[in-house]
Write a protein that binds this ligand. Structure first.
Ligand SMILES: *[C@@H]1O[C@H](CO)[C@@H](O)[C@H](O)[C@H]1NC(C)=O
Ligand SMILES: *[C@@H]1O[C@H](CO)[C@@H](O)[C@H](O)[C@H]1NC(C)=O
Ligand SMILES: *[C@@H]1O[C@H](CO)[C@@H](O)[C@H](O)[C@H]1NC(C)=O
Ligand SMILES: *[C@@H]1O[C@H](CO)[C@@H](O)[C@H](O)[C@H]1NC(C)=O
Length: 333
């Protein structure tokens, strides 16, 4: 029991010790998580060496060292690359910075910086981060299958695709600049072009057009494609509401087909529609309560009316009977 406690205390001491007594501190790297193929990539390794002296800074791609900076040597740098995949710009690289020129997609992966102090501490610390070299799509996202005119009740069904990139782009559909809810979407597996080492993505949009989607008879569909924080492109498609001609004088006969349209809703409420639909089930609850009270009121009115009718017919009835009765009485007399 005692031994165990001592052991725990020792472990605790050892884990906190380096912070207090050690010369090499705060080793961290700044490595871009995504870089365009062909661009330069600057990798930075920061550290506080304090009262120690630096022995070496080593950079690794995966498990292979590709650059070493040793201040006591002349020249201070060494490059280790068998293939010329990793092209270090030595004039722009030093004890903390490494500049890679014209990066190819093949070097995507883990990059690590190892800093070691000289005698007497020989402290060593290694920190890694991922860098992905991205092949951008050759063109904007492509919208297919969308017509330029739709009537209320039609189904809008189309695709947005972003072709030939690495990694595949993230696609998003927007209706009038509001991101569409997931129930309007269908995702497909990423298509892999093995020979080219590239990928394509496609996202299908599918929904029934209602008045809520049109603002002054127009609907704007947009698809955006993003790759990390280095690529963003979009494509748009403008749609016009196709109204039957009889509509000019008033309500369209088609309108009766859409029981979920509230007569009070006008196009100006359009923007709010998707948000409500997404976030708040309350308005429909309210509607439901309104409908119920309306229904009860109607019921009461109806009851009152039938009661009134009934008493009237009864009066008439009793009146006519009494008239007939009177006539008969007259005849009898
Ligand atoms: C570095 O060494 C000096 C004296 O040699 C000492 O006063 C100072 O506190 C040390 N600094 C650190 C950060 O250990
Ligand atoms: C290393 O080089 C960068 C420029 O590439 C420079 O900003 C930085 O101050 C240099 N650092 C050292 C320790 O020489
Ligand atoms: C969208 O693309 C997928 C995958 O290529 C395809 O199966 C689907 O039929 C397309 N949808 C439309 C509406 O074109
Ligand atoms: C796509 O989005 C997801 C979730 O936000 C993110 O984790 C991923 O890195 C993104 N992919 C690209 C290629 O931008």
């Amino acid at each position: 029991m005692k031994l165990c406690q001592v052991f725990i205390i020792c472990v605790a001491c050892l884990t906190t010790l380096p912070d207090l007594a050690v010369g090499l501190r705060n080793v961290n790297v700044h490595i871009p998580s995504a870089v365009k193929r062909g661009d330069n990539a600057l990798l930075i390794c920061n550290y506080d060496i304090e009262n120690d002296t630096l022995y070496a800074v080593k950079w690794y791609r995966g498990r292979r060292e590709f650059y070493r900076y040793t201040p006591k040597e002349k020249p201070a740098w060494k490059i280790f690359t068998k293939t010329n995949e990793i092209d270090v710009v030595t004039t722009q690289s030093n004890a903390s910075h490494v500049l890679l020129r014209n990066v190819p997609t093949s070097i995507s992966g883990k990059f690590a910086c190892e800093v070691s102090a000289d005698a007497p501490t020989f402290d060593t610390s290694i920190v890694a981060a991922d860098m992905e070299v991205v092949e951008l799509p050759a063109q904007r996202p492509i919208i297919t299958g969308i017509h330029s005119r739709y009537r209320l009740g039609d189904i809008i069904n189309g695709n947005c695709s972003s072709d030939y990139s690495k990694p595949a782009a993230n696609l998003t559909w927007w209706i009038n600049d509001i991101q569409v809810p997931p129930n309007y979407l269908r995702t497909y597996d990423i298509q892999r072009h093995l020979a080219e080492h590239l990928e394509s993505s496609v996202l299908e949009l599918n929904f029934v057009v209602t008045t809520h989607h049109f603002i002054k008879g127009r609907l704007k569909l947009k698809c955006s494609a993003r790759i990390h924080d280095i690529y963003a492109q979009e494509s748009e498609k403008l749609i016009e509401e196709d109204r039957p001609r009889i509509l000019a004088s008033g309500r369209s006969p088609d309108m009766n087909m859409y029981p979920f349209d509230q007569p009070g809703d006008v196009d100006e409420h359009n923007e709010l529609y998707l948000i409500h639909k997404n976030a708040a089930p309350r308005p429909s609850e309210l509607d439901w309560q309104q409908q119920l009270t309306r229904f009860l009121l109607m019921g009461l009115l109806h009851l009152a009316w039938t009661a009134a009718q009934l008493s009237r017919t009864r009066n008439q009835h009793s009146c006519s009977i009494s008239q007939a009765e009177r006539a008969r009485i007259k005849r009898l007399r």
